[in-house]
Design a protein around this ligand. Structure first.
Ligand SMILES: Cc1cc2nc3c(=O)[nH]c(=O)nc-3n(C[C@H](O)[C@H](O)[C@H](O)COP(=O)(O)OP(=O)(O)OC[C@H]3O[C@@H](n4cnc5c(N)ncnc54)[C@H](O)[C@@H]3O)c2cc1C
Length: 452
């Protein structure tokens, strides 16, 4: 019988476990996650007001509740206090790393280190109740914000900045973040892209949603749209539809509404300017199409006031100690999901999801990605089984001082979040700190037992 560890319980980890149990009638899968809560970015990234996408957690749940799958939360692999990659490898026939792309890219411009400039990741983690996130005073004294980027995450954070209490209350957002967002004095958010609307990566549905926010008008400068050399007829369908939406907003007469989302294009940030020890403005250089799909600077500059700057210019994987890592792509080198060490596929080590192919695609893209990896794993597993793999890895983890949060512990967290929501007159409200999550999980889960 094959014993497999899947590291990471996000979409790619869950789809990997699903493929394994569907394709091998005997395999046993442990899904390890450093957090006590499963589902990765579906819980800690997908915007709280996107309930339909959030509800994908229900289908990931059925995977983790499968009789041959076991969730072991609170188990970090690699790094300080974590299970070393080599040790984990010794506890299973195969290990599949599905650890995502946990960090974000920098702008690389002066002033980026100023208080008030954050990554969208940090902001998202805060309103999503990630236990590593802190309330960094994101919205203190903020009247206008700049979001740099033109993807769906940039749209998400722009929208969350403009949502009011009535729309936030039905979400599972932690109460502290809800109060802060609902009471914020942000009256203007500029979402700014280096290139033109034809290169923007947001999807039309998400873009259009910005125009539905109560009490907020979306403003687009007609001049920004006119700059794009490509005729709409030459564009792919998504970009063509985006342009139609943007043109509609550009042609709107002023409404008298004083809360605005301004969508700007062809502006490259060159410096963040300080005011009173924190960000006060962003200096942009106007860009122009270079005729090859990129942009070039024009030497003309403009300054935009902002007390909050969120950069959303892409995610990046982080190296996991003991695993090879390609700095250029921010991924683990692989061949059809097999981890490649020193140019050759390393026996029993695999990757899937964002750490395998980089941060691209939607949640569903992780399914075929996991399928490819599992096909490689099962093809390799036809070789003679190892005899030195223990029946159950948990005793070894306990001996190393790591007590996993098992499924009952997670269910206790779910119950506590429902109870908290009921007390606050809301639906489910997420718990946001390590101590509470672990105390709740450990108070009700039976001591970890070796698998019978
Ligand atoms: C802000 C944001 C919003 C998004 N919204 C949408 C959306 O609305 N719709 C959509 O289709 N897609 C969305 N996506 C994309 C989607 O979330 C990803 O495609 C998907 O989550 C990638 O899955 P993954 O399993 O590779 O990584 P992740 O979901 O990041 O899961 C990785 C898991 O590994 C765990 N882990 C990491 N390191 C370790 C370690 N050392 N030891 C143990 N565990 C570890 C993490 O805790 C995490 O649970 C969004 C992405 C972001 C960043």
């Amino acid at each position: 019988m094959l014993r497999v560890a899947v590291v990471g319980s996000g979409p790619s980890g869950c789809y990997t476990a699903q493929q394994l149990v569907q394709q091998d009638p005997e395999v046993r899968v442990d899904v390890l996650d450093r957090l006590p809560c499963p589902y990765g970015l579906v819980r800690y990234g997908v915007a709280p007001d996107h309930e339909k996408i959030k509800s994908l957690q229900a289908s990931l749940r059925t995977v983790l509740e499968h009789e041959r799958v076991r969730f072991l939360g609170g188990v970090r692999v690699g790094g300080p206090g974590g299970v070393p990659v080599k040790v984990l490898r010794g506890l299973y026939d195969a290990v599949v790393y599905c650890v995502g792309a946990a960090t974000d890219r920098h702008l690389g411009i002066p002033g980026e280190e100023l208080p008030g400039c954050w990554s969208a990741t940090e902001f998202v983690a805060w309103y999503s109740a990630h236990p590593d996130a802190a309330d960094a005073g994101f919205l203190r004294d903020v009247r206008s914000a700049v979001v740099i980027g033109a993807g769906n995450v940039a749209v998400d954070v722009t929208r969350m900045l403009m949502r009011g209490a009535a729309e936030l209350r039905p979400t599972d957002m932690p109460q502290g973040a809800l109060d802060t967002l609902a009471e914020s004095g942000v009256g203007e958010v500029r979402m700014v892209a280096r290139r033109g609307p034809a290169q923007a990566r947001f999807t039309t549905k998400e873009l259009r949603e910005l125009g539905t926010l109560p009490g907020t008008q979306v403003l687009v400068e007609p001049g920004d749209l006119a700059l794009d050399p490509a005729g709409p007829e030459t564009l792919p369908a998504v970009q063509r539809r985006n342009l139609e939406v943007l043109r509609g907003w550009a042609e709107q007469p002023p409404s008298g509404i004083d809360r605005h989302i301004r969508l700007r294009f062809f502006l490259r940030p060159v410096e963040l300017l300080a005011d009173g020890g924190r960000v006060g403005a962003v200096r942009f250089e106007r860009t122009a199409p270079d005729g090859r799909g990129g942009v070039t600077g024009t030497g003309r500059y403009e300054e935009v006031p902002a007390q909050l700057v969120l950069r959303s210019v892409g995610y990046r994987g982080v190296p996991l100690e003991g695993l090879p890592f390609d700095e250029a792509s921010g991924t683990v080198p692989h061949l059809a999901g097999r981890v490649v060490r020193d140019g050759v596929a390393s026996p029993g080590e695999y990757v899937a999801g964002w750490i395998k192919r980089g941060p691209s695609g939607v949640i569903g893209t992780n399914r075929p990605c996991a399928k490819e990896t599992v096909a490689s794993l099962l093809a390799d597993a036809s070789e003679p089984a190892r005899s030195d793999v223990p029946e159950d890895a948990v005793p070894a983890l306990l001996a190393a001082g790591i007590e996993p949060v098992v499924w009952d512990g997670w269910l206790a967290i779910e119950r506590a979040e429902a109870e908290l929501g009921a007390r606050l007159g809301r639906g489910v409200v997420k718990l946001a700190d390590w101590d509470t999550l672990l105390a709740v999980a450990r108070s009700s889960q039976p001591p970890s037992q070796p698998r019978p």
